[in-house]
Design a protein around this ligand. Sequence first.
Ligand code: GTP
Length: 203
Amino acid sequence: MDGSATFPDVTLAILAGGQGTRLGGVVKGLLTVEGRPVLERLVGLGASFGDVLLVANAPAPYARFGLRTVADAVAGKGAPGGVHAALGAARTPWVFAVACDMPFITQAVARVVLEARAEDVDAVCFEREGRWEPLLAAYRAELVARWGDALAEDPSLRQVLSRFRTRTLPEAALRAVDPRARALANVNTPEDLARYGVVLPER
Ligand SMILES: Nc1nc2c(ncn2[C@@H]2O[C@H](COP(=O)(O)OP(=O)(O)OP(=O)(O)O)[C@@H](O)[C@H]2O)c(=O)[nH]1
């Protein structure tokens, strides 16, 4: 843990265990935006956190970043399994979970989420157009056991979140520090490449 960090009690957990099938199986964290791989951009954000963790089942392409890396404890559960692994591996009381395909997350946005934590809150995320945004979200690490129980039902992230005391933040709270709500952008499809100015990694 880094006591000098802005969020010393929080682990930045980068989820990178997906298949990237909609982009032909690309290693999504190596997509380049504004000249830098998305993962490098997120690792830069990590300096504000007490710890940084990569959750990946095929971590070799990310070795150069030198991150502490764990695999999913329960395989084949998608992003809910990735968050579960992050909660289990965290050495801090809180986890800030993000996806490896979100290039525009800033410290200011993280601060909005993390400052909304409270004694009686287990998780914090934005709500946009009636949908929760669980991959730019804070979670109590102690949720891990109940999270593991929930995985048995193959839930979506939102279904898992609905079991806990989740505080949702309005989109306006995001736009106050990120007027175009770019932090929630994730790169999934060929259309997204052009939309966000993304360059594919070399194969
Ligand atoms: N650790 C872990 N992360 C996952 C898993 N599935 C998805 N993710 C991550 O969760 C985030 C959102 O993933 P999606 O965009 O839904 O899926 P994807 O596999 O990246 O892409 P598609 O195959 O095109 O759906 C990304 O950061 C993924 O790397 C998984 O099984 N384990």
